[in-house]
Design a protein around this ligand. Sequence first.
Ligand code: BES
Ligand code: MN
Ligand code: ZN
Length: 509
Amino acid sequence: MTALTLSTAGAATLRADALVVGVAKGAKGPVVAPGAEAVDKAFDGKLASVLETLGATGAEGEVTKVPAPSGLKTPVVLAVGLGAVPEKDETYDAETLRRAAGAAARALTGSKKAAFALPVEAAEDAEAIAEGALLGAYAFTAYQGGEKDAKNGNGAKLPLAEIALLGAKPRDKAYKAAADRAIALTEEINRARDLVNTPPNDLYPESFAAVATAAGKEHGIKVQVFDEKALAKGGFGGILGVGQGSQNPPRLVKLSYTHSKAAKNLALVGKGITYDSGGISLKPAGHNETMKCDMSGAAAVFAAVVAAARLGLAVNVTGWLALAENMPSGSATRPGDVLRMYSGKTVEVLNTDAEGRLVLGDALTKASEENPDAIVDVATLTGAMVMALGNRTFGIMSNDDAFRTSIHEIAEEVGEQSWPMPLPSELRKGMDSPTADIANMGERMGGGLVAGLFLQEFVGEGITWAHLDIAGPAFHEGAPYGYTPKGGTGSAIRTLVKLAERTAAGDLG
Ligand code: BES
Ligand code: MN
Ligand code: ZN
């Protein structure tokens, strides 16, 4: 885990392997951003022209490494692009700083220590830089050769080990709180990324539940695990039906974080398909290689509950992880089978690859029993949502327009791309079944909304609910950018934690 400290040291005096500065896109070429004045001075005020000579423009995400002059205590200066210079009286927005810090940290993989001298005007800026740097420094190396191998050109380089943030005020309460929050939040996001990236032969419902149990102990969260016997006794036909084809039996995990001063109860429900082969409706090759990511919703919920506990938020947060492995076998659910859900509703399974809604249906009904003030479920639910919104944006559906808008605004504020989606009631009839109360598939068009309508049937009467379909952004297959690595991204966690903070503050109805 990368360590982060706020430092009072000057940029010219701190010893490190690299010094990170910001460079913006000015009207007449690159401009050195505030925070790097001492560095520029060591270059005799010529850092911008040196960077320009090296081809730097200040474009977002651009990284330029320059050997440091003798006045500095670091061998290298790394200039990271910040994009356009802010308008007069404005400062760099949080997401710009987050992404720049992330790109810099990523470019310093394999280094021991770096000092960040990016523009800091307020505690929020320090928080964004800390978040971006700690998320960008992430690397999943558990299954690769260690540092020794990396030196031989094998194995993976280790993430940047130590980050010193300059320009922040370590003795100022607001800065200290900002750094603490960034550290707790990013550690949980990075842990969720690890869970998503862990191959499905090692991460299955039972092992995921064990990770949750251990974390619960560590952070004072009550954890209850329903194993296959308890699920059968309780009548969780959806979770059992999805899990019955696998050698690895399903689990439902309940995480309860409570606070003595809490006035509100928030329930979070996560889709935790540790591997989605499609089941008997097997996915074709080309569509199953990354399906270890199908537990990203459960990982996000897990991370959010632990983060809420670590931050001591004054709200009760209950997390529900619906864990199963969707496999084809002689014991698997067949297309045509009818399952009796925990709610008592019967579902005709027309396609065993529409399994997420089955495990979530049970978990949503169970979560509703406690009558929380709101339920938010998070799921890599449909390919249709990826078609609609692309790879970086999650869809938000809700039975409450104001709640959907709030979540969209919160996501925007924390730097997560999302978009409100409707739940058109005319799509419901496509799920009518001649045999059961409902089928698990409907019209192909608007498939993401159809899935949302299915879930809505399992939410308790009168409970505010939102559904986040993170199938696009949960797992990043392209080249890394900003603080987003390849593989598990930790999508929706920052939104969930901010939602919990807002709920604790009484800002939401
Ligand atoms: N886990 C998939 C959805 C998914 C697709 C996640 C791409 C991440 C990336 C889900 O279980 C699924 O297979 N959905 C089907 C539903 C269909 C059979 C109604 C889909 O979207 O094709
Ligand atoms: Mn599926
Ligand atoms: Zn799935």
